[in-house]
Design a protein around this ligand. Sequence first.
Ligand SMILES: [Zn+2]
Length: 457
Amino acid sequence: MKTKLLLAGIFSFFNYLIYAQEQCGTESNENSVYQRTTSNFYSSKQLEGVAFCVNVFFHVIRNGSGQTSIPNYYPETMLDKLNEDYNQYNISFNSLGFDYIDKTSFSGDGEGVYNGNVAELFAINNHSNAIDVYITEKADWLGKANGILSTELVVVKDYATTGVLSHEMGHCLNLYHTHETKFGLELPDESNCKTTGDLICDTPADPNLFYFRDNLINCSFTSGSITVNGVIYYPDTKNLMSYTNPECMQHFSNGQVERMKEAMYNSPVLQAVLTCCSIKTITISQASAVCYSSAQTFYLDNLCYNTQTSWSVSNNLQILDQDDFSITVKALNASVSGEGTINATFNNTSQQITQTVHVGVPSNYIEIGRIESQFVDIFYQRWTRLFIQYVTEPAGWEWQVDYCYVKPSNTREILIYPRVVGPISVKIRRNNECGNGPWLIKNFEVIQQGSYKILKQ
Ligand SMILES: [Zn+2]
């Protein structure tokens, strides 16, 4: 019993040492122009809704006799794990299959995978059209990618279906650790976030969570922060690219997704492993109106990264800019008002987009609306309800009524209190971000209250 406890103690101590140095074996190389720039050809917004699908190929390492403790369903489970962690960002994974590598030295019966033989491993059955994912029983790290922006990774069996897998994949897709120091120490105030740390500004400065894991409760610090050498940090304790507990690795930041998508879009190495496997319907962003005074950009969602898009618009719109993922338009001139359409067709799907938009200031109420009063007659010094009929918009209206107190409101209905007898003019119009629409006008006659009684008798 005593021996057992002692052994357990030694095991966890060694465990700690191993993990302390070798959570992740990926080296912080700086291999291309894609390292430092985050905007090469397309902005993050344009690529945000674009669907990227990455081919993967799995390699299960066994000993020389073809034996392994790695379950045969692992390639499928690992594919599911990747999709579970990445699908929310419109990045998905497509398996091209798996094979076995029967070599004792890479297996648990040998020395496993370490820095001295990992290059040899990554060369075995390597695919140029897929990211090669090697699974071993034993390694010097939980996982290792073949560099920042690369197409090979290895992960140990015990962590192969955890966030560690998605973490190593993140390295392949050009992400650094959130605690990276190769480019300099990122300050907690983020003032140097573009050029230091992981080069991404929406991931908070991270002092390396490995050393603070024991303080994590439900994957968070109870106070939200930790202090290192008198400096207060607010690291993301659930970020997939941090050294948080593997069970806490849950998400990427928007900036990380942007960086991955830009690398995939622009890097020939990654382009070679991409495919198109999105089955989601292509959609386009919405806008309440398209004005003449300012440009409006519409973004497509869920289309494949390699889609070619053809745009057309109705003749009350003009195209200012267009590419495969977005279109920027404005109204043809200051006087157009009404419905417009934006159409998109694509080279690799029969889907089409027809987006109806309002162009210019509002005007449809001029044709369909009618100003009405609550009573047949409007009486002097009596509150009367006025409203616009045959229009549905409950708010966004502006009224103008002569010689009356008006209960101010932007709704379809108002109360007026005439202070004169005789003709009054009632006007209503609508406005939107493009400006004011034309007035709809109706004249009423204000009469003395007695007049009504006389008429009735
Ligand atoms: Zn790593």
